[in-house]
Design a protein around this ligand. Sequence first.
Ligand SMILES: [Fe+2]
Ligand SMILES: [Fe+2]
Length: 171
Amino acid sequence: MKLSKAMQAAINEQIHMELASSYKYLGMSAWCEFAEFPGSAQWLRIQSAEETGHAMRLYKFLADRGARITLEALPAPQQNYKSLLDVFQNALKAEESVSESINKLYELSLKEKAFSTAAQLQWFLTEQVEEEATCRKIVAVLERIKDDVPSLLEYDRFLGSRSEGAEEEEE
Ligand SMILES: [Fe+2]
Ligand SMILES: [Fe+2]
């Protein structure tokens, strides 16, 4: 079964959103390098790579279904943040809108009875629960730390212990 035009367009939009999200996280990472939060910079760089991975899952899905992949220009990421808390509040907000977008995509797949697309999207539904939870937790910790510099630096070091691909098991 070929993908409908509407579904192709919606998946292409999602690829764009994942790539924009990757670029956004890289912008956050760049700010953390500048603000001397090396651990957070590393965490966000890994997250940026994960988002590219999300885009590539959908990219490959379109390619496998013989659908056209259309890439668009990415918006320039935000360059300045007020604090590390501000960074992760932005990340949480972005993840929430990605979840909303995935939900809409899933809804479309059910409406069209596009079951293999729905199956593909199930991984993303689960992933978004995880991503939102992770960001929400970091925001909560940073809210508790406030301006306590030693705690902030210690938490930054903890975020830096995230290693490449540790959270994402490949199929
Ligand atoms: Fe993503
Ligand atoms: Fe994400």
